[in-house]
Design a protein around this ligand. Structure first.
Ligand code: APR
Length: 245
């Protein structure tokens, strides 16, 4: 069976964290950020993913996010998202994601930390009210607050802003027995610290990525396969082992 050593470790594990990035949603048809064909190639980060960019041109920023919302609305969670959701039935498993697409929750995961926010939420720049907005496409660009009429922004974390639930993410990373690091280039902090934190507290690190990343150097297992393939194989291996127990 493949990944035999990993399956043995998973059989002993109690608490698992899966740190995910854009690569886990790539096979759902959502482009990643970096690399050729990545989202940041067509849009300068400083224009669409900073507070300064938003203040300069909220319309441009909202057009970018509206396009992303249209794309995400068409996408379905893939097998990698689904396997993580199913693994919650066997483990104390938490997904810590950098993705804003909400696909983990749509796949059925309940323990999800969305470090970088959620593209379906808006936040008023005047009164701070947070709302969900599922209009695709948006009815007005830029959208305005239903309560005070102020300018709304996407409730996502831009460069230079603090991430959501950082304390909880660090604590889970310290406590887990195994951390999966799936489809992230591990270049953006603080998310990129989390595998280091887990590793230094004794967790086994399992990287699933098509390419080498800074995590590859110290990961205990490196799986160079698409996330759906890797997660399918791991789940099949686990089911076989559970049945054989
Ligand atoms: N399976 C596994 N890994 C994949 C797949 C796949 N099918 N497709 C791509 N990858 C890998 C790439 O090799 C790359 O390492 O996914 C990674 C995607 O990296 P990024 O585009 O940098 O995405 P991410 O790490 O999530 O970016 C972090 O940066 O731009 C900000 O806020 C944005 O949340 C984002 C953060």
């Amino acid at each position: 069976m493949c990944h035999q050593g990993l399956i043995e470790i998973l059989l002993d594990a109690k608490k698992i964290v899966a740190l995910t990035g854009a690569g886990i949603s790539a096979e759902s048809g959502i482009p990643t950020f970096r690399g050729s064909g990545g989202l940041w190639e067509g849009y300068p980060v400083e224009k669409v993913a900073t507070v300064e960019g938003f203040e300069r041109d909220p319309e441009l920023v909202w057009r970018f996010y509206d396009e992303m919302r249209i794309n995400i609305a068409r996408a379905e969670p893939n097998e990698a998202h689904m396997v993580l959701a199913k693994m919650e039935n066997h483990y104390d498993l938490w997904v810590i994601t950098q993705n804003i697409d909400g696909l983990h929750t749509r796949a059925g995961s309940r323990n999800v930390i969305e470090l970088h926010g959620n593209i379906w939420r808006t936040k008023c720049t005047e009164c701070g009210r947070v709302d969900y907005n599922y209009d695709v496409p948006l009815r007005e660009i830029p959208p305005k607050c239903g309560k005070c009429g102020g300018l709304l922004r996407p409730d996502v974390v831009w460069f230079g802003e603090p991430v959501y639930d950082a304390d909880k993410a660090y604590k889970l990373s310290e406590e887990c027995d195994v951390m999966f690091v799936i489809g992230t280039s591990a270049q953006v902090y603080p998310a990129a610290y989390l595998p280091r934190v887990a590793w230094s507290h004794g967790a086994k690190i399992v990287e699933i990525n098509l390419e080498k990343t800074p995590v590859s150097r110290y990961a205990d297992f490196v799986i160079r396969k698409p996330a759906t393939v890797a997660m399918r194989e791991i789940y099949q291996g686990l089911l076989g082992a559970f049945q054989g127990e």
